[in-house]
Write a protein that binds this ligand. Structure first.
Ligand SMILES: C[S@@+](CC[C@H](N)C(=O)[O-])C[C@H]1O[C@@H](n2cnc3c(N)ncnc32)[C@H](O)[C@@H]1O
Length: 315
C-alpha cells in the first residue's frame, strides 16, 4: 500500500490523479497517511516526527478537499495506530448526475420523479449555513410577505418554518411559484397551512398572477435557468414585485450534484472544469443594480453563493 510521509500536496495530488484515472467509478484508492490528529494546531508546513519518520502534516480538511477536487468521496478511514491512518478515496460516477438528464416535458426536469428531487439541500451544511445567514440578515422575523420563485417542493419555506415561531409563521403570507406540476403538488401536501399558497406557473409571466408586492423575494438556483431572461426578469422583480422596504435573497449554485455528493464548482458551458465568469457577471449585475436603488448588498456562501439585499434606512 502507498504510504505518504513527507510528500507535499503537489506530489500527493499528482500521484492520486494518475491512480484515480486508472480505476472505475465505485472503485477506491487506498493509501496510508500520518494521523492528521497528531498535527492539530499546526499548519501544513509543519514537519512532525511520527514513528521515527519526518512527516508533513495535512489536516482532515485538506484530505477532504483533496477527495472533492479529485471527484472522490472519502470513506471511513481506518486507524492503524494512534500515529497512522488508512484512507479510502472512492471514485464518483460522474455520469450519475441530474444535470445530464433530458426530458420530454422540460417543466418536469426538477419534478418529483427527477434525480434532483432526491436532494436535501438543507442537510448540506455549506448550503444551510449560507441560507440561514441570509435569512437572519434580512430579519426574517420581521417579514410578513414572502415570494419564492422556483420553490420546487418547498425546501426554502421549510427552513423559514423551522426558525420562525409558530404564531409568527402563521401571520406570514408565503407564496411559492414553480412551473413543475409535480413539484408544486408535493409542496401543497407538505405545506397545507392557509397562509402558504403555491402556483404552478411560468415566472417569465409573473405579472399575469397579479400578486401583491412581497417584502422578501427569494429565488435559489432558478433565475439563471436557460428559459429565463435573467436581467429583465430580475429588474422587473425589483420594480414591480417588491415593497419599497423589501429585501431580496438570491442563491446561485456554485456546485454540482454527482453520485450522492455536492461537489464544489459549477459546470460551465464550453469548459470541462468549473468556471465562474457567468455567475460572477450575473451577481455583479444584480449588486450594481440594487446599490443604484439604495440597497445594501452582501455576497456570501461557497457551494451556493448568496446575494442578500436590504434597503438602506429600511428594516
Ligand atoms: C435548480 S431548481 C431549484 C429549486 C429550489 N429553489 C432549490 O434550490 O432546491 C430550479 C427550479 O426552478 C423551476 N423553474 C425553472 N424555470 C422556471 C420557470 N420559467 N417558471 C417557473 N419555474 C421555473 C424548476 O422547475 C425548478 O424547480
Amino acid at each position: 500500500m502507498k504510504k505518504f510521509t513527507n510528500e507535499t500536496i503537489f506530489e500527493i495530488l499528482t500521484y492520486l490523479e494518475v491512480m484515480i484515472s486508472s480505476i472505475q467509478p465505485a472503485e477506491s484508492i487506498v493509501f496510508q497517511i500520518p494521523n492528521p490528529d497528531k498535527g492539530r494546531q499546526h499548519y501544513s508546513d509543519s514537519l512532525l516526527d511520527i514513528n521515527g519518520l519526518p512527516c508533513l502534516h495535512h489536516s482532515w480538511k485538506a484530505w477532504g478537499d483533496l477527495a472533492e477536487i479529485l471527484y472522490c468521496r472519502m470513506l471511513t478511514p481506518k486507524l492503524i495506530d494512534e500515529n497512522e491512518v488508512i484512507l479510502y478515496f472512492q471514485k464518483l460516477d460522474r455520469s450519475d448526475s441530474f444535470h445530464r438528464v433530458k426530458l420530454q416535458d422540460k417543466r418536469e426536469k426538477y419534478g418529483t420523479d427527477s434525480h434532483f428531487s432526491t436532494i436535501r439541500k438543507n442537510e448540506e451544511p455549506a448550503f444551510l449555513f449560507a441560507y440561514l445567514q441570509a435569512l437572519r440578515q434580512v430579519k426574517i422575523l420581521d417579514r410578513c410577505s414572502i415570494l419564492d420563485l422556483g420553490i420546487n417542493s418547498g425546501d426554502e419555506f421549510d427552513l423559514i418554518k423551522t426558525i420562525v415561531d409558530e404564531s409568527n409563521y402563521r401571520q406570514m403570507k408565503l407564496i411559492g411559484i414553480d412551473h413543475s406540476p409535480s413539484a408544486i403538488k408535493k409542496a401543497e401536501v407538505l405545506f397545507p397551512e392557509e397562509n402558504v399558497t403555491f402556483y404552478c406557473h411560468d415566472i417569465n409571466h409573473l405579472q399575469a398572477l397579479e400578486l401583491p408586492r412581497a417584502d422578501l423575494i427569494i429565488s435559489i438556483g432558478t433565475l439563471q435557468s436557460p428559459n429565463i431572461n435573467f436581467k429583465p426578469l430580475f429588474m422587473s422583480l425589483i420594480q414591480n414585485h417588491l415593497t419599497p422596504n423589501g429585501a431580496v435573497i438570491l442563491g446561485f449554485p456554485n456546485c454540482r450534484w454527482i453520485d450522492g455528493e455536492m461537489i464544489y464548482g459549477a459546470k460551465a458551458p464550453n469548459y470541462n472544469f468549473s468556471e465562474m465568469s457567468l455567475v460572477i457577471k450575473d451577481i455583479y449585475f444584480c449588486k450594481k443594480y440594487l446599490q443604484q436603488h439604495k440597497f445594501r448588498v452582501t455576497i456570501t456562501g461557497k457551494d451556493y453563493l448568496f446575494l442578500t439585499a436590504t434597503k438602506i434606512g429600511g428594516q
